[in-house]
Design a protein around this ligand. Structure first.
Ligand SMILES: Cc1cc2nc3c(=O)[nH]c(=O)nc-3n(C[C@H](O)[C@H](O)[C@H](O)COP(=O)(O)OP(=O)(O)OC[C@H]3O[C@@H](n4cnc5c(N)ncnc54)[C@H](O)[C@@H]3O)c2cc1C
Length: 471
């Protein structure tokens, strides 16, 4: 006889929630998946389909040997991802990228979820997860409904949930030219890391600064969606190009202020300066302080590479400003994605501060597995940090600086560095090989329900284990 298992409640049937529900169910947990569409729509979704792609139809590069997101694809495939299996089945030609027919993609996911005997799909908005849901995954995404967002805020505190991201670009540290840039805090004051040389400074002479400001003014920008325009983010967090419009010197009196700095190589005080601050515990990623922007990505690369010291910069993340609901995860979440303030709530997807379809689904994959382990009374084993899954998880739950936390894509700067002197493609290949062997070892340690399909009773009903929460 099978003992009744406390079901896992997954709130949100997007990329993360669908993957989480699938993973948990494949590990023999009973799952109730709650999706509010079509009863209540978000500002961006157009359909009632699970895992709807709200914008681009691309899951980005599929090259696992040379691209960090391609590696994440491969790891997810090996971990039995429903999102990746559905993407492979609904793929359309897109060169080295994995692009999908969005309707076929969503329909495939929905039919697999509906056909799984351990998953019940309930169409409803969850405003506050009831206390008796002791194993809940919240995967409600960047457009989490207002009622649930307010319940999360009540539990975690006002400052813990953001409603806009204001992303400054992040540069891989070893691509900064330190023959030109130097380390110093203003007036040699103690900086965020407690040292006196916590910032990388890229100096600009007067002509360089003026050209830079002109480039910002003329650069191609992305527009806000109509529904984003009403949110008053602006004065708190101005994009650099908006500051540039206010006057040629505005940036020089703002984030590019040179006071308290002297170039040790020339003995001169710079006319303006671009400062970068360490962004992860590994010290491999540095963010451009105060450089949130709505310049198009190609323009950012072109213009920011004119900054002295950044001519060969590799950008782990480019800037952006969007409507987005996300937690201060490094402060709030434990390593198994549980809320420290209430371990009955686990989070997944974009709301945890990852960015993008694939990253959101990847965190859903982990949350589903961790919740299934909890349902069996086991503790979760996170994937090793050498894997893309582990590197992403470690970044949002521990590696990132909670004070400056902003959403992050997967990138090589999140992985522990290799010990040798490899560069470029060799380095990426070695990182990929290291990741996949670490992943295989991790997958072997899981108690996989290899015969789960054999156990799927035709009359099995996940809702039967839930008392009275559904009408
Ligand atoms: C306008 C916009 C454009 C984007 N474009 C891209 C892009 O081109 N490429 C890219 O990689 N990423 C893009 N993103 C980011 C993308 O949304 C996320 O990466 C991804 O969809 C997040 O997955 P998720 O599962 O966390 O959230 P979602 O896929 O948004 O899923 C969350 C689900 O939760 C449901 N929900 C919300 N609140 C409740 C509630 N209280 N009760 C029940 N259900 C609820 C929603 O209806 C939704 O189905 C974009 C985001 C936005 C907002």
């Amino acid at each position: 006889m099978r003992l009744a298992m406390i079901p896992i409640h997954v709130i949100g049937g997007g990329l993360a929630g669908s993957e989480a529900a699938w993973q948990a169910a494949e590990l023999e947990a009973d799952v109730v998946l709650h999706e509010m569409r079509p009863l209540r729509m978000t500002e961006a979704h157009q359909t009632s389909g699970l895992a709807e792609l709200v914008c681009s139809n691309s899951l980005r590069s599929d090259d696992w040997e040379n691209n960090a997101v391609g590696l994440l694809h491969e790891e997810m495939r090996r971990a039995g991802s429903l999102i990746m299996a559905s993407a492979d089945l609904s793929k359309v030609p897109a060169g080295g990228a994995l692009a999908v027919d969005r309707d076929a993609f969503s329909q495939h996911i929905q039919s697999r979820i509906l056909g799984h005997p351990r998953i019940a799909l309930v169409r409803e908005e969850v405003s506050v997860p009831p206390r008796e849901w002791s194993n809940t995954i919240i995967a409600t995404g960047p457009l989490t409904s207002a009622a649930l967002a307010s319940a999360i805020q009540k539990l975690t505190g006002e400052e813990s949930l953001a409603f806009f991201d204001a992303i400054a670009p992040i540069v891989e540290r070893d691509s900064i030219d330190m023959e030109i840039a130097w380390l110093q805090s203003r007036y040699d004051k103690q900086g965020p890391g407690g040292g006196t040389a916590d910032y990388v400074n890229c100096p600009m002479a007067s002509g360089e600064y003026r050209q830079f400001v002109a480039a910002l003014l003329h650069g191609d920008k992305t527009e806000f969606h109509e529904w984003e325009k009403s949110t008053p983010y602006f004065e708190g967090c101005l994009p650099i190009e908006v500051m540039a419009v206010r006057g040629e010197d505005t940036l020089r009196f703002g984030p590019m202020k040179p006071v308290g700095l002297r170039n040790p190589k020339t003995g001169e005080r710079p006319y303006a300066v671009v400062q970068l601050r360490q962004d992860n515990a590994l010290g491999t990623l540095w963010n451009m302080v105060g450089f949130q922007t709505k310049l198009k990505h190609g323009e950012q690369v072109r213009i920011f590479r004119t900054i002295p010291g950044l001519a060969n910069a590799r950008f782990a993340r480019l800037g952006g400003i969007h409507r987005n609901t996300f937690l201060n995860s490094p402060k709030l979440l434990a390593g198994d994605l549980r809320l420290k303030a209430d371990p009955g709530w686990r989070f997944a997807g974009q709301i945890t501060g990852v960015e993008g379809y694939v990253e959101s689904a990847a965190i859903g994959l982990l949350a589903g597995r961790f919740a299934a382990a909890a349902a069996r009374g086991e503790s979760a084993t996170p994937p090793p940090p050498e894997t893309a899954l582990g590197a992403l998880l470690a970044h949002i739950t521990a590696g990132a600086d909670a004070k400056t936390f902003q959403p992050m894509n997967i990138n090589y700067g999140l992985f522990p560095p290799l010990t040798g002197k490899e560069r470029g493609r060799d380095k990426k290949k070695l990182m990929a090989q290291r990741a996949l062997s670490a992943l295989e070892a991790w997958l072997r340690t899981r108690t996989m329900a290899s015969d789960s399909r054999a156990n799927h009773g035709a009359d099995h009903d996940p809702l039967a284990a839930v008392s009275g929460n559904f009408s």
